[in-house]
Design a protein around this ligand. Sequence first.
Ligand code: NAP
Length: 366
Amino acid sequence: MSVEKNIKVSVLGATGMVGQNCLRLLKNHPWFQVIDVAASQRSSGKTYKDAVEGKWHMETDIPHDVSNLIVRNVHDFDSIPDDVTCVFSALDLNEKEETRNFEFGYAQKGYAVISTSSANRQTDDVPMIIPEINADHTDVIPFQQKNRDLPSSGFVAVKPNCSIQSYVVVLEALKQAGFPVDRAQVTTLQALSGAGYKALSNLALQDNVVPYIAGEEEKTEKEPLKIFGNVTEDGIIQATNLNINAVCTRVPVVDGHTAVVHIGFLDEVPSLDEFKSILSSFTLEPQLLNLPSALNRPIIVLDDNARPQPKLDRNSGEGMAISVGRIAEDTFFDFRFIGLSHNTVRGASGGAILMAELLTEKGFIS
Ligand code: NAP
């Protein structure tokens, strides 16, 4: 049972797909309270409800406490309320360099920055965390603060790309059970919302499959290596014992990224029954189980051959579960399976909130 806390937070990029989901998930959160929202100059100065008029995509209403907040321009650091200590950054700026500097700009002012952007994911001293896998990567934060001369409350932590969420926890579960995977062929079928709110109304993406998403295959192949890497004083050293080859496609699904995954094991190969039981019994370390957004069983194994499906399975575990089906031995690799996770929840806002809860539990956010 988690104890109530009262940490005041700001959501940057609050008007976008990830920002909206952040606000939805933070409504009534026992630890975090949203008291500030920020977006581009287009939205700033308006009430939040006016800024998202015609583009609020959540099935629930705009949270009452947020509806009348005046949207701040994210570039205006000085107008952020004094009692905010943590910012959730769900921005999509044009230039990665601009985003990198921007996130460290907030950290320099003493804010804990929890980001869903890709800009700092490959920055060596920035942890990229999936709590089920690499909660220990928070250990790099004191080195980040020292190397960059940040105040003791300021740092940047990021969550990884939404494309990898449907399979990396599965690889971790297998590794922990003594069956490390050393090669994976991944084909993703990624939802429209993964490309931001403008993609939902883009007619070119309807009734279509686009066989390329710029930059996505590189992220899908590289980001797991950092997550499975080790912390040193100089930053995180990436794992070298796993090869991933990825093909990423955009499909006309609103929410929920699917991944068709073929894997080969380094040594021993589990039986089909062992494989399924390892996944369905996988759980978080006991000390992390009291995080409000943590699931006792993050992986759901489905035996129905027609599952997982985005429409039926994306909201499992409030959008935080990874649904896995079609587990079978494979002719070319050892095994194959199909994974599915909610891209804007587990893959973005929910994953970021879970990471912020971990950082709070470890004393980095107060
Ligand atoms: P989005 O729907 O396009 O929203 C972008 C947000 O950024 C909006 O609040 C927008 O404000 C703001 N913004 C855009 N240009 C800006 C500028 N020049 N200056 C200041 N603010 C600006 O994007 P999203 O899908 O929510 O993605 C947000 C971030 O999360 C991105 O970095 C994305 O790569 C990452 N991400 C997304 C997903 C996903 O599934 N969608 C998953 C993982 C990570 P206005 O409304 O005022 O324009």
